[in-house]
Design a protein around this ligand. Structure first.
Ligand code: KIV
Length: 308
């Protein structure tokens, strides 16, 4: 893989060489920076942002404006990783011109490298039009959360011959329409392996077993920041929710006990200068009990480290 920016042809070459592609979701600049440094090949600004970082009950309410802002932040942090913006519900379903306008925003404003959308044959013409407009497209088949109501809920797909054949047919139609990559969600491992072997574009699995051409997980799920949410296909690589909880509790206790900030976190002033300040400002204080530390309630908004 290149040490410079990953491009579509690198991802396609990886499939040809049998080299697995790593993808994670990302929704902000610091996460993108860290995942980029870790060598993750693709960052997906998923519409899962709706539940994961914006607190909506499902993915349907998230808007183009919300996802474009998150995508722009992720793109700033991704020097090498390939960035994919996820088309929210109803941003590509009403008309092809709407789809092109909205997808174009991910590239122009969000600085994404490609977009993803859900659906099979029904969106093939939209995919073709997007590709003709110069917008690289990733398809998404199997469990498609935006239309979960139509496919019987958030359930494993492709367990019957009829369903598996339909997913394979959709995969081929998306490939033929010009999609350069597919995401397969919640599909039995052997069915996903079969589909991956029948298309020439990379297939990225989530809950689709290890024989796909790559894997994607929702960042907060794999970091353990999503209390109580652990579908079968998620592996927790960290337990950050507990770490954040412990850190916040310790901070709260130290603030109340006045053990934070300590001397090493405080700025100093020499005695002569301080006596001068007292002579100008006076020594009496209106505050009942501030410990006489003279600290202002207002802090600098600068994030540049401040020297002594
Ligand atoms: O929105 C998302 O995070 C996704 C992944 C689950 C593939 O679509």
């Amino acid at each position: 893989m290149p040490s410079s920016k990953i491009e579509i042809h690198h991802l396609i070459d990886m499939k040809r060489r049998g080299e697995k592609i790593s993808m994670l979701t990302a929704y902000d600049y610091p996460s993108a920076r860290i995942l980029d440094e870790a060598g993750i090949d693709c960052l997906l600004v998923g519409d899962s942002a709706a539940n994961v970082v914006l607190g909506y009950p499902d993915t349907l309410p998230v808007s183009m404006d919300e996802l474009v802002i998150l995508t722009r932040a992720v793109s700033r942090g991704a020097k090498r990783s390939f960035v994919i913006g996820d088309m929210p519900f109803m941003s590509y379903n009403i008309s092809v011109s709407d789809a092109i306008r909205n997808a174009g925003r991910f590239l122009k404003e969000g600085r994404a490298n490609a977009i993803k959308l859900e659906g099979g044959g029904a969106v093939a013409d939209t995919v073709r039009a997007l590709v003709q407009a110069g917008i690289p497209v990733v398809g998404h088949l199997g469990l498609t959360p935006q239309t979960a109501g139509m496919i019987g809920g958030l359930k494993v797909q492709g367990r019957t011959a009829e369903q598996a054949a339909k997913i394979l047919e959709d995969a081929k139609r998306l490939e033929e329409a010009g999609a350069f990559m597919l995401v397969l969600e919640a599909i039995p491992k052997r069915v996903a392996a079969l589909i991956s072997s029948r298309v020439s574009i990379p297939v990225i699995g989530i809950g689709a077993g290890c024989d796909c051409d790559g894997q994607v997980l929702v960042l907060h799920d794999m970091l353990g920041i999503n209390a109580g949410f652990k579908p079968k296909f998620v592996k927790r690589f960290a337990q950050l929710e507990q770490e954040i909880l412990d850190a916040a509790r310790r901070y709260h206790e130290e603030v109340r006990a006045q053990t934070f900030p300590a001397e090493e976190h405080s700025f100093t002033i020499d005695d002569e200068q301080y006596r001068h300040i007292e002579s100008v400002l006076g020594t009496s204080s209106k505050a009942k009990s501030n410990g006489g530390n003279g600290r202002s309630k207002h802090r600098s908004t600068s994030r540049v480290p401040v020297a002594n």
